[in-house]
Design a binder for this molecule. Structure first.
Ligand code: IMP
Length: 196
């Protein structure tokens, strides 16, 4: 069964294709379809934004579609950057500008700076609506370390590790990440619905 993945982020596409490898589902990216639809993320929650993405692409192709919305939640910043994680330092800002803004804002708070990455993954086929959430808990550090991954990876150390996600092999990130958790759960729910 073919499922369209409504994402422009090639890093995410690779992660999700990897998760659905050897499953009854074949993931087709927007890039594979030659489409670069950009959805305005106007929702107040990860769930709302994920549904906006999935619905926009479903309305074009009328085929089973999955999407996710994700971000970083920092306790001492009252949950920021949250749903505006991608554009925390401003529209079209770089990952580094976001990281530096977070480091600056945390400078007046005592350590540890507890945080979590959250991913809400959704599936829609016109009839069935399925949602799955994954989280990765850890702490934020005050310097950027490592060049792997993307986004806030260089300032985030997952619980149980002493390296940032930016210093971690992608293979390990793909096993423990919030997105690995949400999409593996979604895959299990789809197998229960369509295969079992
Ligand atoms: P979106 O889910 O594509 O809207 O991305 C939201 C933003 O959250 C990204 O641009 C990153 O800033 C951040 N983010 C989401 N997942 C990760 C991750 O795995 N590592 C680092 N940052 C992430």
């Amino acid at each position: 069964m073919k499922i369209i993945f409504a994402s422009q982020n090639q890093g995410k596409v690779n992660e999700v294709k990897n998760i659905f490898n050897n499953s009854p589902f074949e993931i087709i990216s927007l890039y594979d379809l030659g489409n670069n639809i950009d959805v305005d993320e106007t929702g107040k929650t990860f769930s709302e934004n994920a549904w906006l993405k999935v619905k926009s692409v479903f309305d074009i192709y009328n085929e089973p579609t999955i999407a996710d919305d994700s971000g970083l939640i920092i306790d001492q910043l009252d949950g920021r950057p949250g749903v505006i994680s991608a554009r925390y330092a401003g529209e079209k800002c770089t990952y580094e500008e976001n990281n530096l803004k977070v480091i600056k804002e945390l400078s007046s708070f005592p350590e540890p700076h507890k945080a979590k990455f959250v991913s809400t993954a959704v599936y829609y086929d016109g009839k069935n609506k399925i949602e799955a959430v994954g989280e990765l808990h850890g702490i934020i550090i005050k310097e950027q370390r490592g060049t792997m991954g993307f986004g806030y990876d260089p300032i985030f150390i997952p619980d149980g590790y002493n390296i940032t996600v930016g210093e971690m092999d992608l293979e390990i990130k793909n096993k423990i990440s919030h997105r690995a958790r949400s999409f593996n759960l979604l895959k299990q729910k789809l197998i229960t619905l369509f295969v079992d």
